[in-house]
Design a protein around this ligand. Structure first.
Ligand code: ADP
Length: 604
């Protein structure tokens, strides 16, 4: 059976693409939200970092802010200014400053005279000692000499090290007699900054980078300097020579937050690379996009599955419908076939019945035909005993006349025996004519053969036919009926004698019997002309005869065949190699019994 399957519809890719186009713009708000969220988060984080850093920086500076003032009041330092050439006084001033430096962690502490030369210093004992050096050009000195607190960022002239300078005047009776300076190391706050993607930038009041986490940015100008500023710088020398290259920091590249430090005029900035933000936003977009894609795919798969499911249901329904139609057609066919078969069975039964009837008729006709022959034989056979009875009776009368009573009684007994035989012949005739069908019984083959021979004995002798027997002594028991078997053999022997008529002497008739595990075979052979080719092919057919119509009806072999089949045996016709017909009669084994003289005994 073939089903026509509708082609599956193509997935609606166009629909899906449209859906993607509609859903795609959803990524823009997602981008906006993610950017806002992460930039807010980053800004907050950076603000905290910057606050911490600024607090640390200012804390560091404030620690030293008041130190110069306090030191200015110390008698040892005053004494140093008053007794500049007293080595002992100078030494104790130097040692005091050294001790205080060690305790406070300042970079260097020194005492300047009113003329700007260094009188005592914490590094008095070192090779680059400040003692006797002129720092009058430094702005912090000038400020302190004007009785103000001096502040300054710059590189040390000797050490070349960055530092923040706090300066305070030393008074004596309202007059400034010297200046105390504390230099604070700024390397520490700079080193605080770790190796993070965010960068630190502290610019001074000129916009020059003084503290940064990137070495290449240090001492570069974040904004253009005017002439006045350049002049001040040239005078104060806060930066190394050859520095102050412009520094461009692009807003596109960096996310900048800054804090202005009022008290020192500096600006602290934290710079976060925009990449950092973009990376996070991109991740969110990827995840969002992937989720959207997964949703679309899921939707597509679900749509496809639903469509397949519907198509399968439709297909199943169609297949079911086709199957039902097919079953209906088949049922119809079968019903028609069944009716035809019933009709055929009916016809066959009819034919069978007709055949049976025809067979019965054939058998009956054959019997009638055989009866004619038989009655001729019987009349011939009865004539003999009748003649004998007549002569026995006449003799008995003569013997009684002579008083030979015993001899006369013997004759009477013989007459009695002869009448018994005649009665047997007559009863055989009756049974034969009745056509009685009997169940197969066990019959001795030799006895039946002898009986049939006896019936034809007169004719055989008249024709001078030599009988050649090859039969075992022990009775061969076969499945048959006495009368039927005798009738079969009688027909075959009659045919043999008929055939031998056509032939001159010597006329011979062979009777051979043998047996195997299947059954018993009786061969009746003659040396007549044998079967013609046509007779061999058609002799079984009823009414096939080569004899004149008065002689044969063509029923003999047909009857034999039918009777034998009913007994489970069969008949085989052939010609002997030396000429003449050879007929093989096959019969099933019968149960061994007592070889009694049968009722229809007709022995001659
Ligand atoms: P019928 O004897 O009445 O012709 P059968 O059926 O007995 O009918 O025999 C059919 C034919 O078979 C005979 O006409 C004859 O031609 C052939 N036939 C039978 N027996 C022999 C035989 N022993 N030898 C030659 N031909 C035979």
């Amino acid at each position: 059976m073939t089903y026509s399957i509708a082609p599956l519809r193509r997935p609606r890719w166009r629909t899906l693409a449209l859906l993607a186009l509609l859903l795609g713009p959803l990524l823009w708000p997602l981008h906006y939200i993610a950017q806002r969220y992460y930039s807010g988060q980053l800004a907050e984080q950076n603000r905290q970092t910057l606050d911490l850093y600024v607090a640390n920086l200012l804390g560091t500076l404030r620690r030293y802010e008041v130190l110069p003032d306090l030191l200015g009041d110390m008698p040892a330092l005053r004494a140093s200014l008053h007794e500049p050439i007293d080595a002992g006084v100078q030494k104790s001033a130097n040692q005091l400053l050294e001790r205080i430096r060690q305790r406070t962690g300042a970079d260097v502490i020194y005492l300047m005279r009113a003329d700007g030369y260094c009188q005592a210093t914490s590094n008095w004992n070192e090779s680059d000692s400040f003692v006797g050096r002129d720092f009058s050009f430094r702005p912090y000195y000038q400020e302190a000499m004007q009785n103000k607190s001096g502040r300054f960022f710059g590189l040390g002239t000797t050490s070349g090290k960055r530092g923040y300078y706090f300066a305070a005047p030393v008074h004596d009776g309202g007059k400034v007699i010297g200046v105390v300076v504390v230099k604070v190391d700024l390397d520490g706050p700079e080193k605080l900054w770790g190796r993070t993607p965010e960068q630190l930038l502290v610019t001074d009041s000129f916009g020059v980078v003084i503290l940064t986490s990137r070495n290449e940015w240090r001492f570069r100008a974040s904004r253009p300097l005017n002439d006045q500023q350049r002049e001040i710088i040239a005078r104060n020398l806060p930066y190394p020579r050859g520095s102050l290259e412009p520094l461009e920091i692009s807003d596109n590249q960096w996310l900048i937050q800054q804090r202005f430090l009022d008290e020192i005029g500096w600006t602290a900035q934290i710079l976060a690379p925009r990449d950092l933000l973009e990376r996070q936003v991109r991740s969110v977009l990827y995840i969002g996009g992937a989720t959207l894609l997964a949703l679309l795919l899921l939707l597509a798969v679900m749509t496809l599955r639903r469509r397949h499911y519907l198509e399968r249901i439709a297909l199943d329904a169609r297949a079911k419908r086709d199957l039902e139609l097919n079953v209906q057609e088949r049922t119809q066919d079968l019903q028609t076939l069944n009716q035809r078969l019933q009709q055929e069975v009916h016809d066959r039964e009819q034919a069978q019945r007709e055949l049976m009837r025809a067979q019965d008729e054939v058998v009956q006709a054959g019997k009638l035909s055989a009866l004619g022959t038989m009655s001729a034989s019987i009349s011939h056979e009865l004539n003999q005993p009748l003649a004998a009875i007549r002569s026995y009776a006449e003799n008995a009368a003569v013997l009684l006349d002579h008083g030979r009573v015993d001899d006369a009684r013997s004759n009477l007994r013989l007459i009695g025996e002869l009448t018994t035989r005649m009665a047997n012949i007559i009863s055989h005739l009756k049974a034969y004519a009745r056509g009685a069908r009997r169940a197969p019984e066990s019959v001795a083959l030799q006895a039946a053969l002898e009986d049939a021979l006896a019936l034809l004995a007169a004719r055989r002798r008249a024709m001078n036919v030599e009988l050649i027997r090859d039969l075992p002594d022990a009775p061969l028991w076969v499945q048959a009926g006495e009368t039927r078997l005798r009738q079969i053999i009688n027909n075959l022997l009659t045919n043999a004698l008929d055939a031998l008529i056509e032939k001159g002497p010597p006329r011979r008739l062979w009777l051979i019997a043998n047996q195997d595990e299947k059954g018993v075979t009786l061969i009746i052979r003659d040396n007549g002309p044998g079967f013609s080719a046509e007779a061999l092919a058609r002799a079984h057919e009823p009414f096939f005869t080569t004899k004149a119509t008065t002689q044969g009806l063509g029923l003999g072999l047909a009857i034999c065949d039918t009777l034998l089949r009913a007994l489970g045996g069969h008949l085989h016709l052939s010609n002997h190699v030396e000429g003449g017909a050879e007929i093989r009669l096959f019969l099933l084994h019968g149960k061994p019994g007592v070889a009694s003289v049968p009722q229809e005994e007709v022995r001659g």
